[in-house]
Design a protein around this ligand. Structure first.
Ligand code: GUN
Ligand code: ZN
Length: 442
């Protein structure tokens, strides 16, 4: 059993930042919360009564479920679409795919497929974009409620610079988002709402004001959008908002930078923008597979680390190329490596350690989303969302694990070599998720 208890920073041996039990026991309450955790010896000495059920995962790693801090479920079908960078990719692939979500039955079919894909990759919580259609979010939330998954999602707000059939208005975006919040947010299942203006290019000032009103009107709602991903995008932002001093300040000018605001990408942010994010307790979702796939650029992890911002990982499906947060960790590591330009300076530059990578996919993400009191680690009192990873899932992993000397080496082998094949079991609120028959899917 392994989990982080605090930010391990960038030290290869982060001391007290984690707990590891080679032979451990996780005790769950009948209502799915974590009751206790510790070494087998310690736990066995504490309980005199017989447990209801014992499940043996000897030789495996029990870790908190992964948290994906940014992805688009309606883009599941267009993953791996060839060519183009962001703005053309949106036009050629994303907008075309999103039009189909006006049909609720279609949205339900893709929602089922999408959650199956998340769970079989070990992701138990996600922050999710719908489309502009209210029914797309209803389909998503209904499916999450059936699975009892903790998710955050929202209807895209988009009233300009996109195909006509995908546009709403400031008024309809406000009314529909409010309706979804009042029905779902903190009310049904483990579902929370994120006010979701797509990005400042596709929302008028009137719509950004509507987003501001929603973000401040309701308790604990999120703000979820994109920032500073691509140079053409940044240029258009300058034309559209000439009086704002930076891209992030466009959002800040509308009161949208604050706690529970999650911005995807942030590749080309200045130091002042990083500092603003830190000061406002807002977060960045670092999406390395997407950033590499669209050729958007290399996220400045070192600067983010120095600024002390809340940081998480996002798959950014469908511009991202994998649902697996293990593969996302591997690409994040390479993105950080690629920025060590000058060998003489490399000593000063940060590396993404395996402890930090697991932190970003679990407790760090929970902190970025302000839900660290509920998920992200295996502390007693938290919700029983955890997964079982098999270190011997493939011949290559088995070979590499045999020579791995330390916990850091084994975690690093997981992050570089593992994927969905290593996810042996997934638990939501203490109950094992059983994968549905794949023949149910399109
Ligand atoms: N910026 C605005 N919309 C999108 C999107 O759908 N995907 C990505 N990667 N960036 C965006
Ligand atoms: Zn995105």
């Amino acid at each position: 059993m392994f989990f982080l208890v605090s930010d391990p920073g960038t030290a290869i041996d982060p001391g007290n930042a984690y707990r590891y039990y080679e032979d451990g026991i996780l005790v769950l309450n009948s209502d799915g919360y974590i009751a206790d955790i510790g070494s087998a010896e310690h736990i066995q000495s504490r309980y005199t009564f017989a447990p209801h059920e014992i499940i043996d995962y000897s030789g495996k790693f029990v870790v908190p479920g992964f948290i994906d801090a940014h992805l688009h479920y309606p883009q599941t079908e267009i993953i791996a679409s060839y060519g183009h960078q962001l703005m053309q990719w949106l036009e050629h692939y994303a907008f075309r795919a999103e039009k189909r979500f006006a049909d609720k039955t279609y949205a339900e079919t893709i929602s089922r497929f999408f959650f199956n894909e998340l769970l079989r990759n070990g992701t138990t919580t996600a922050l999710i974009f719908g489309t502009v259609h209210q029914v797309s979010v209803e389909a998503l939330f209904e499916e999450a409620e059936k699975l009892n998954m903790r998710i955050i999602g929202g209807k895209v707000m988009m009233d300009r610079n996109a195909p006509k059939s995908l546009l709403d208005s400031p008024e309809s975006a406000y009314t529909e988002s409010k309706g979804l919040i009042e029905t779902w947010h903190n009310k049904r299942g483990r579902i929370h709402y994120a006010v979701t203006p797509r990005f400042a290019i596709t929302s008028s000032e009137a719509q950004l004001k509507a987003a501001q009103q929603l973000y401040h009107e309701f308790d604990e709602v999120y703000l979820h959008t994109h920032v500073s991903e691509n140079w053409d995008e940044i240029e258009q932002i300058k034309q559209l908002f000439p009086s704002s001093t930076s891209y992030l300040n466009v959002y800040n000018d509308f009161g949208l930078v604050g706690p529970r605001a999650i911005f995807a990408h942030g590749i080309h942010l200045s130091k002042a923008e990083f500092d603003l994010l830190a000061e406002k307790e807002a977060a960045i979702a670092f999406c390395p597979t997407s950033n590499l796939f669209l050729g958007s650029g290399l996220f400045n992890f070192t600067q983010a680390q120095h600024a002390g911002i809340r940081l998480a990982l996002g798959s950014d499906i469908g511009a991202g190329t994998s649902f697996s947060l293990l593969k996302t960790m591997a690409e994040a590591y390479k993105v950080v490596q690629l920025q060590k330009k000058n060998p003489a300076e490399s000593g000063k530059q940060t590396e993404l350690t395996p402890f930090k990578a697991f932190y970003l996919a679990t407790l760090g993400a929970a902190k970025a989303l302000h839900i660290e009191n509920k998920i992200g680690s295996l502390h007693p009192g938290k919700e029983g969302d955890f997964i079982v990873l098999n270190p011997n899932a493939t011949p290559l992993m088995r070979l590499r694990m045999q020579t791995a000397q330390s916990l850091a080496e084994r975690l690093f082998a997981f992050m570089m070599l593992a994927d969905d094949r290593a996810v042996e079991a997934v638990y939501l609120m203490g109950k094992r998720w059983i994968a549905p028959d794949v023949n149910r899917f399109p």
